[in-house]
Each structure stands twice: as structure tokens, then as C-alpha cells.
Design a protein around this ligand. Sequence first.
Ligand code: UD1
Length: 388
Amino acid sequence: MKPTVWLVAGARPNYMKIAPIYWAVREQPSPAFAVELVHTGQHYDAAMSDDFFRDLDLPPPSINLAVGSGSHAAQTAKVMIGFEQVLLERRPEAVVVVGDVNSTAACALVTAKIAFDGAAHRVRPVLVHVEAGLRSRDRDMPEEVNRVVTDALSDVLMTTCRDADANLVAEGIPSERIRFVGNPMIDSLLRCRAAARRGTLLARLGLRGRPLALCTLHRPSNVDVPEVLEELLDALAEIGRDLPVLLPLHPRTRQRIEQFGLAERIAMLGAPARRCPDRGIVGLEPLSYLEMLEALAAARFVLTDSGGIQEETTALGVACVTLRENTERPITVTEGTNVLAGLRKPDILKAVVAARAKVARGARVPELWDGRAGERIVRALAEAVCSS
Ligand code: UD1
């Protein structure tokens, strides 16, 4: 029997990282291993989960732990308990975790410590981290803790850029465990770009051929503190004097806007969408993956606190202003279209000008962000499962 590799996803930014690995295996005539999709259920709304599986042409996961929301400890613990049980029952040969969400660290911890009683072939699965080595050096960020823990435990560390390799080596990870494979998120973007161009979001909003800016906000550090969220909305309102600023709302952000009494600052467009106004902040339901790509490609510029969108804008050559004090993806600043703005309104307005100037001068797409990371990951996985 062929070895089995589990691809684990938990939350919205994970799906576009596992999809290229799944596709690369599916498209091989005789793959060295079988793959199974495992969902922890950290994200569970259709708009945060099922819609992405549909857009990415992924089958429903064979296992869903349905852990749902909770405090960091509760969510991590629920994933660990559920994942340990299925791992003991099904005994895959390798577990691939991606990115930096709570599910990533939880499944890494379980895989690193599991022992298969009486297994003739192996004591525990090989643990592989895709998107290893990114560091913001800000331990107040839950994702940074998840990255450090996951990398410390992984047997094979696959990286999206060379600065990640350097970070891992500096932390004492032996270089033979590190594989620079490129960025699988960009595989998903390139593969889905044509379908996104045929999308109807802009037409439904009456935005075809009209200027727009796009903003996403969901980090607790930005949306959970009323003064911070208020200043960010002030900056968006200023930008919105010239063009509509589309703001698809993460459930957390929407809750906070309502809780802090800021809802009247946003023109909410419900579904079915109405024509978008010419100016101001325009709130939308969360976008599907294809809708997000359609909006990103059409935007004059993007403002975001997401990690993935910093990379997607760099790949698309669209100006990006990052609403954070730091980034674990410095290559998007040094080579790409990204400018780190911080959280103050004057700095954000200046950063919009700087990011647009960067695009006008011509930014670069980083090495191996070429749409073939999935194939390289599958080759490295075949080596790892067949040699262990
Ligand atoms: C998580 C990740 C973050 C990632 C983000 C993308 C961690 C620590 N954080 O943050 O790195 O950038 O996903 O979205 O893992 N909720 C729903 N429906 C859902 C999911 C969540 O309503 O399907 C609401 C719940 O109120 C929940 C809150 O959103 O409490 C936060 O969800 P959670 O998974 O804890 O973290 P995110 O903020 O989404």
C-alpha cells in the first residue's frame, strides 16, 4: 500500500496553501503517496471554509474535527484532542501543516509527540511544515508563537523565500531539513486568475471600469482596541473621499465595529449586492477566494493586515499598504509592492503614495513564486516519506 500524507487545514488562509499540493499529487499518473485532506474546523462558516474548497476545486475533507471558535487555549486544546484521536486511528505516514494559525501549531505538537503502539513500520508520522521560517520577531502576535513552535518541532521545513531559510539556520535548525520550494499560495493565485477574471463581483457592484481601493482588517491588535480601529476607519474615510474603499468584513471585525458603535461610518452593502457608491467605506460580506482575486486585481491599491494579501499583491503587481508595525514577509517590501505603514492615519496616507510609486517604478516577483511550488513540495514529500 502507498504511504498516506495528510494535508491539514484549519482556517481561511490555509486552503490556498494545501490546494497546490493536492493538485500536484492528483495530476501525477503514479504518485508516490496518497493524500487526504483534514480540516480542524477552526473556521466553519461557509464563507470562511466551504466556499474556498469549491473555488479551489478541492473535495470535502475526509476528516473534519469541527472544533469551532474559542480562546487560544481552548481552541488549541480541542484541536489537539481531536487530532490525536484520528491520528492514532488512521496512522498516516506524514502530516503536512501549513502557515501559522492555531490549528497548525496544535497538529504539529500532536504529531511530534504521538507514538503508534506496535506499528511495524514507523513510530510516528513525518512532520512537514510548509511556509516555515517566516518571522515578524513580535511574540505578542499569536501567529509568531505558532510559527516558532511549529518550526522547532518539524522534521522537514519547506520555505517560500531565502530569508526564511536564514531565519531557521539562525535558530539552529540543521540546513538538511530545510527545502526552499517557493510559494504555493502563488500557485493557487496563478491557477485561479482566469476564473477570477470571469467573476461577477465587480459587475454586481457596478464597479467595472471604475476606480476602487480594497481593505481587509481582522487582526485582534487592529480590531479589538476601539481607538486603533477608529483611527484606521478615519484613514479609510479620508482615502474614501476620492474612491470607494471596499471592506469585506471578517466576522470578528464586523462584531467589533458594531460593539464599538462605529457601524454608521460604513455603508454596508448586503447580498444581493447593490450598486457601490462612488466614495466612502463600503462594507461587504466576506468574499470568496475567486471574488477576492477579482477585487485584488482591479484595485488601484490595497490596505491590509493580512499576511497572504501582502504576498498576493506582490505577485499581481498591485500596490499594498500593510496596516501593521512589522511583517514576517519582508520580501514583499524589499522586492515587491508592499509598504509597511503602521497604524497612524498620516503614516497610512503617506504609505499609499509610496506604494503606488513603487508599482510605477516596477517591483519584482520573488524567486520561485512561479506557480510550481506544489510540484516541488510533492517531490520533497516523496523523498521524505520514502526515505523515512
Ligand atoms: C485566524 C488566525 C489568523 C488568520 C485568520 C484568517 C489564529 C491564531 N489566527 O484568526 O492567523 O489570519 O484566522 O481569518 O489561528 N468566526 C466566525 N466564523 C468562522 C470563524 C470565526 O464567526 O468561521 C468568528 C468567531 O467569533 C471567532 C472569531 O471569528 O471567535 C475569530 O476566529 P479565530 O479562528 O479564533 O481567529 P481569526 O481571528 O479568524
